[in-house]
Write a protein that binds this ligand. Structure first.
Ligand code: SAH
Length: 218
Protein backbone atom coordinates (compact mmCIF):
# COMPACT_ATOMS: atom_id res chain seq x y z
CA UNK A 1 0.00 0.00 0.00
CA UNK A 2 1.16 3.50 -0.85
CA UNK A 3 0.90 5.98 1.98
CA UNK A 4 -0.26 9.58 1.71
CA UNK A 5 3.29 10.75 2.37
CA UNK A 6 4.45 8.99 -0.77
CA UNK A 7 2.00 11.13 -2.71
CA UNK A 8 3.16 14.29 -0.95
CA UNK A 9 6.65 13.55 -2.24
CA UNK A 10 5.20 12.78 -5.70
CA UNK A 11 3.49 16.18 -5.71
CA UNK A 12 6.69 17.98 -4.69
CA UNK A 13 8.53 16.18 -7.49
CA UNK A 14 5.76 17.03 -9.97
CA UNK A 15 6.17 20.72 -9.08
CA UNK A 16 9.96 20.81 -9.23
CA UNK A 17 10.32 18.62 -12.33
CA UNK A 18 7.26 19.40 -14.46
CA UNK A 19 5.97 22.83 -13.45
CA UNK A 20 8.75 25.19 -12.38
CA UNK A 21 11.13 24.38 -15.30
CA UNK A 22 8.30 25.14 -17.76
CA UNK A 23 7.56 28.55 -16.32
CA UNK A 24 5.07 28.10 -13.48
CA UNK A 25 6.17 30.79 -11.01
CA UNK A 26 3.01 31.97 -9.21
CA UNK A 27 3.42 30.94 -5.57
CA UNK A 28 -0.33 30.53 -5.13
CA UNK A 29 -0.47 28.10 -8.04
CA UNK A 30 2.62 26.21 -6.85
CA UNK A 31 1.15 25.83 -3.35
CA UNK A 32 -2.21 24.70 -4.71
CA UNK A 33 -0.52 22.08 -6.93
CA UNK A 34 1.50 20.87 -3.92
CA UNK A 35 -1.65 20.53 -1.83
CA UNK A 36 -4.47 19.27 -4.07
CA UNK A 37 -4.41 15.44 -3.90
CA UNK A 38 -4.69 14.68 -7.64
CA UNK A 39 -4.65 10.90 -7.08
CA UNK A 40 -8.01 11.00 -5.26
CA UNK A 41 -9.68 12.34 -8.41
CA UNK A 42 -8.76 9.32 -10.55
CA UNK A 43 -9.59 5.64 -10.27
CA UNK A 44 -7.71 3.86 -7.51
CA UNK A 45 -5.96 1.69 -10.11
CA UNK A 46 -4.37 4.89 -11.47
CA UNK A 47 -3.25 6.38 -8.12
CA UNK A 48 0.41 5.64 -8.76
CA UNK A 49 0.24 7.37 -12.18
CA UNK A 50 -1.62 10.43 -10.93
CA UNK A 51 1.46 12.67 -10.69
CA UNK A 52 2.94 11.69 -14.04
CA UNK A 53 3.47 14.21 -16.83
CA UNK A 54 0.35 13.21 -18.80
CA UNK A 55 -3.46 13.37 -18.86
CA UNK A 56 -5.46 10.49 -17.35
CA UNK A 57 -8.83 8.93 -18.22
CA UNK A 58 -11.73 9.69 -15.87
CA UNK A 59 -14.45 7.66 -17.61
CA UNK A 60 -17.13 8.52 -20.19
CA UNK A 61 -14.39 9.22 -22.74
CA UNK A 62 -13.15 12.24 -20.78
CA UNK A 63 -9.72 13.05 -19.37
CA UNK A 64 -8.14 15.01 -16.55
CA UNK A 65 -5.48 17.33 -18.03
CA UNK A 66 -1.75 16.90 -17.57
CA UNK A 67 -0.61 18.66 -14.33
CA UNK A 68 1.35 21.30 -16.28
CA UNK A 69 -1.73 22.33 -18.28
CA UNK A 70 -3.81 22.60 -15.08
CA UNK A 71 -1.09 24.78 -13.53
CA UNK A 72 -0.64 26.91 -16.66
CA UNK A 73 -4.35 27.63 -17.06
CA UNK A 74 -4.65 28.47 -13.38
CA UNK A 75 -1.64 30.78 -13.53
CA UNK A 76 -2.99 32.56 -16.62
CA UNK A 77 -6.17 33.41 -14.68
CA UNK A 78 -3.98 35.78 -12.59
CA UNK A 79 -5.82 34.99 -9.35
CA UNK A 80 -5.28 37.00 -6.18
CA UNK A 81 -7.55 35.02 -3.88
CA UNK A 82 -10.75 37.00 -3.54
CA UNK A 83 -12.23 36.03 -6.91
CA UNK A 84 -15.40 34.31 -7.95
CA UNK A 85 -14.42 31.78 -10.64
CA UNK A 86 -16.49 29.77 -13.10
CA UNK A 87 -15.17 26.50 -14.52
CA UNK A 88 -16.82 24.80 -17.50
CA UNK A 89 -16.17 21.04 -17.53
CA UNK A 90 -15.97 19.77 -13.93
CA UNK A 91 -14.88 16.28 -15.01
CA UNK A 92 -13.12 14.68 -12.05
CA UNK A 93 -13.22 17.87 -9.97
CA UNK A 94 -9.41 18.17 -9.80
CA UNK A 95 -9.11 21.54 -11.55
CA UNK A 96 -11.93 22.82 -9.31
CA UNK A 97 -9.91 21.67 -6.28
CA UNK A 98 -6.82 23.56 -7.48
CA UNK A 99 -8.95 26.70 -7.96
CA UNK A 100 -10.62 26.18 -4.57
CA UNK A 101 -7.18 26.22 -2.92
CA UNK A 102 -6.67 29.73 -4.26
CA UNK A 103 -9.98 31.59 -4.49
CA UNK A 104 -13.06 32.25 -2.38
CA UNK A 105 -15.70 30.60 -4.49
CA UNK A 106 -15.67 28.22 -7.45
CA UNK A 107 -18.70 27.50 -9.62
CA UNK A 108 -18.35 24.52 -11.93
CA UNK A 109 -20.66 23.20 -14.67
CA UNK A 110 -20.53 19.68 -16.15
CA UNK A 111 -22.74 18.28 -18.91
CA UNK A 112 -22.29 14.57 -18.06
CA UNK A 113 -24.37 14.07 -14.93
CA UNK A 114 -22.75 10.69 -14.22
CA UNK A 115 -19.42 12.42 -13.48
CA UNK A 116 -20.85 14.74 -10.84
CA UNK A 117 -21.50 12.53 -7.78
CA UNK A 118 -17.90 11.36 -7.59
CA UNK A 119 -16.46 14.84 -8.05
CA UNK A 120 -18.78 16.21 -5.36
CA UNK A 121 -18.01 13.38 -2.95
CA UNK A 122 -14.23 13.72 -3.23
CA UNK A 123 -14.31 17.52 -2.96
CA UNK A 124 -16.43 17.42 0.18
CA UNK A 125 -14.40 14.59 1.74
CA UNK A 126 -11.22 16.60 1.31
CA UNK A 127 -12.99 19.66 2.69
CA UNK A 128 -13.34 21.92 -0.35
CA UNK A 129 -16.62 23.47 0.70
CA UNK A 130 -16.27 26.48 -1.57
CA UNK A 131 -17.07 24.59 -4.81
CA UNK A 132 -20.58 24.56 -6.24
CA UNK A 133 -21.25 22.07 -9.07
CA UNK A 134 -24.19 21.93 -11.43
CA UNK A 135 -25.17 19.76 -14.38
CA UNK A 136 -25.92 21.80 -17.49
CA UNK A 137 -24.66 22.86 -20.89
CA UNK A 138 -21.84 25.10 -19.69
CA UNK A 139 -21.63 26.95 -23.00
CA UNK A 140 -24.47 29.02 -21.51
CA UNK A 141 -22.29 29.81 -18.47
CA UNK A 142 -24.06 30.32 -15.13
CA UNK A 143 -25.99 33.50 -15.64
CA UNK A 144 -27.61 33.68 -12.21
CA UNK A 145 -24.21 33.83 -10.49
CA UNK A 146 -22.54 36.17 -12.99
CA UNK A 147 -20.45 38.26 -13.36
CA UNK A 148 -17.32 36.19 -12.77
CA UNK A 149 -13.82 37.56 -12.21
CA UNK A 150 -12.41 34.58 -14.09
CA UNK A 151 -13.82 31.84 -16.32
CA UNK A 152 -11.92 28.67 -17.22
CA UNK A 153 -13.14 26.33 -19.94
CA UNK A 154 -11.50 22.91 -19.72
CA UNK A 155 -12.86 21.56 -23.02
CA UNK A 156 -12.16 22.68 -26.58
CA UNK A 157 -14.54 24.80 -28.59
CA UNK A 158 -14.69 25.82 -32.27
CA UNK A 159 -15.43 29.37 -31.07
CA UNK A 160 -15.71 31.41 -27.89
CA UNK A 161 -19.23 30.99 -26.48
CA UNK A 162 -20.88 34.42 -26.43
CA UNK A 163 -22.63 33.92 -23.03
CA UNK A 164 -19.24 33.40 -21.36
CA UNK A 165 -17.93 36.74 -22.64
CA UNK A 166 -21.14 38.39 -21.40
CA UNK A 167 -20.81 36.85 -17.94
CA UNK A 168 -17.23 38.01 -17.50
CA UNK A 169 -16.65 40.92 -15.15
CA UNK A 170 -16.24 44.23 -16.95
CA UNK A 171 -13.54 45.15 -14.52
CA UNK A 172 -10.60 43.11 -15.81
CA UNK A 173 -12.36 39.74 -16.09
CA UNK A 174 -10.24 36.91 -17.54
CA UNK A 175 -11.44 34.02 -19.70
CA UNK A 176 -9.30 31.07 -20.79
CA UNK A 177 -10.51 28.64 -23.42
CA UNK A 178 -8.97 26.19 -25.91
CA UNK A 179 -10.23 27.20 -29.36
CA UNK A 180 -9.67 25.23 -32.55
CA UNK A 181 -10.66 22.04 -34.33
CA UNK A 182 -11.17 18.56 -32.87
CA UNK A 183 -7.50 17.64 -32.98
CA UNK A 184 -5.62 20.71 -31.84
CA UNK A 185 -6.42 24.08 -30.38
CA UNK A 186 -4.86 27.28 -29.14
CA UNK A 187 -5.28 28.37 -25.57
CA UNK A 188 -6.99 31.75 -25.93
CA UNK A 189 -6.96 34.31 -23.14
CA UNK A 190 -9.52 37.10 -23.13
CA UNK A 191 -9.42 40.15 -20.89
CA UNK A 192 -12.49 42.33 -20.57
CA UNK A 193 -12.16 45.91 -19.41
CA UNK A 194 -14.92 48.51 -19.74
CA UNK A 195 -16.65 46.32 -22.30
CA UNK A 196 -13.49 46.06 -24.42
CA UNK A 197 -12.01 42.65 -25.26
CA UNK A 198 -8.30 41.94 -25.52
CA UNK A 199 -7.36 38.55 -27.00
CA UNK A 200 -4.05 36.69 -26.61
CA UNK A 201 -2.87 33.31 -27.88
CA UNK A 202 -1.12 31.27 -25.19
CA UNK A 203 -0.04 28.40 -27.45
CA UNK A 204 -1.07 24.98 -28.67
CA UNK A 205 -3.08 22.55 -26.53
CA UNK A 206 -5.23 19.48 -26.98
CA UNK A 207 -8.53 19.06 -25.12
CA UNK A 208 -11.67 16.93 -25.39
CA UNK A 209 -14.66 18.59 -27.06
CA UNK A 210 -16.91 21.21 -25.50
CA UNK A 211 -20.31 19.90 -26.56
CA UNK A 212 -23.26 22.25 -26.43
CA UNK A 213 -25.28 25.04 -27.98
CA UNK A 214 -22.29 27.42 -28.28
CA UNK A 215 -19.63 24.74 -28.74
CA UNK A 216 -19.58 21.57 -30.84
CA UNK A 217 -23.09 20.37 -31.65
CA UNK A 218 -22.13 16.72 -31.04
N1 SAH B 1 -11.53 19.98 -15.53
C1 SAH B 1 -11.67 18.54 -15.51
C2 SAH B 1 -11.33 17.86 -16.82
C3 SAH B 1 -12.25 18.21 -17.86
S1 SAH B 1 -12.39 17.13 -19.23
C4 SAH B 1 -10.85 17.90 -14.43
O1 SAH B 1 -10.11 18.61 -13.73
O2 SAH B 1 -10.95 16.69 -14.26
C5 SAH B 1 -13.62 18.12 -20.02
C6 SAH B 1 -14.97 18.06 -19.36
O3 SAH B 1 -15.83 18.98 -20.00
C7 SAH B 1 -15.64 16.68 -19.51
O4 SAH B 1 -16.02 16.19 -18.25
C8 SAH B 1 -16.86 16.98 -20.38
O5 SAH B 1 -17.98 16.18 -20.09
C9 SAH B 1 -17.12 18.43 -20.04
N2 SAH B 1 -17.93 19.16 -21.01
C10 SAH B 1 -17.93 19.09 -22.36
N3 SAH B 1 -18.83 19.93 -22.88
C11 SAH B 1 -19.42 20.58 -21.83
C12 SAH B 1 -20.44 21.57 -21.73
N4 SAH B 1 -21.05 22.09 -22.77
N5 SAH B 1 -20.78 21.99 -20.48
C13 SAH B 1 -20.18 21.49 -19.38
N6 SAH B 1 -19.22 20.54 -19.42
C14 SAH B 1 -18.85 20.09 -20.64
Amino acid sequence: MISNDTFKISRERMVTQQLIPRGIYDEKVINAMKKAPRHLFVDEALYDQAYGDFPLPIGWGQTISQPYIVALMTQELELKGDEKVLEIGTGSGYQAAVLAEIVKKVYSVERISALIPRAKKILSEIGYNNVLIRVDDGTFGWEKESPFDAILVTAASPKIPEPLIKQLSDNGGRLLIPVGDKFSQNLIKIKKTDGKIKKENKGGVRFVKLIGEHGWKS
